[in-house]
Design a protein around this ligand. Structure first.
Ligand SMILES: [Fe+2]
Length: 156
C-alpha cells in the first residue's frame, strides 16, 4: 500500500482541509521525484502552496491544539511541535539554497523528501490527537479559522 492510499483511509473532521492539502502536497512531491514535474514548477508549488500550508500549520493549528493537547501529553506534544517546526525551517532553508545554487535539482529532491516525511509525521503524530481531544463546538470554530486564514491568503 502506498503512503497516499493509506492516508486516503483518513476520516478526521477538524483536520480535513489540512489533510486534503497533504494529499496534494504528497502527490506533487512524489511526481517531482518520479521526474514528472520540472524544477521551476515544483519550486513554484513549494513557495506558494506548501508555504501557505506551513503557515497555516504554524499560525492556526499548532497554537489551537497546544492548549488542549499539552494537558494530556505535555512532553510528547512539545516534542512533536518542536519537530514539525524544525522540519518546516529545514524545508525553507533548503528552498533558499535552491535559489542560489547551480545544482537546483539536488536541493529540490531534498526538499521533496523532507516534505514527504514531515507531512507523514503530522498525519500520524498530530492529527489523531487533535481529533480525539477537540470537542465539536471547538472543532467548528477551528475549521472556520482555517477557512478564514486561507481566504485571507487568496486575497493577497
Ligand atoms: Fe501540514
Amino acid at each position: 500500500m502506498s503512503i497516499l492510499e493509506e492516508m486516503d483511509a483518513y476520516t478526521g473532521k477538524i483536520t480535513k482541509i489540512l489533510h486534503q492539502h497533504h494529499l496534494e502536497i504528497l502527490k506533487v512531491s512524489e511526481n517531482f521525484l518520479r521526474g514528472n514535474i520540472n524544477n521551476e514548477n515544483f519550486l513554484d508549488f513549494v513557495e506558494n502552496f506548501v508555504e501557505i500550508h506551513m503557515e497555516l500549520d504554524e499560525n492556526i493549528i499548532m497554537p489551537e491544539f497546544k492548549k488542549k493537547i499539552e494537558k494530556y501529553y505535555p512532553f510528547l506534544f512539545d516534542t512533536v511541535i518542536h519537530e514539525i517546526n524544525a522540519e518546516h525551517l529545514g524545508i525553507r532553508n533548503i528552498v533558499c539554497k535552491v535559489k542560489i545554487s547551480e545544482n537546483k535539482k539536488e536541493y529540490l529532491v531534498e526538499v521533496a523528501r523532507r516534505i514527504i516525511i514531515s507531512t507523514y509525521k503530522e498525519e500520524k503524530l498530530l492529527f489523531g490527537l487533535i481529533e480525539k481531544h477537540t470537542d465539536e463546538g471547538d472543532g467548528d470554530r477551528i475549521i472556520k479559522n482555517v477557512e478564514r486564514f486561507l481566504d485571507e491568503k487568496k486575497k493577497k
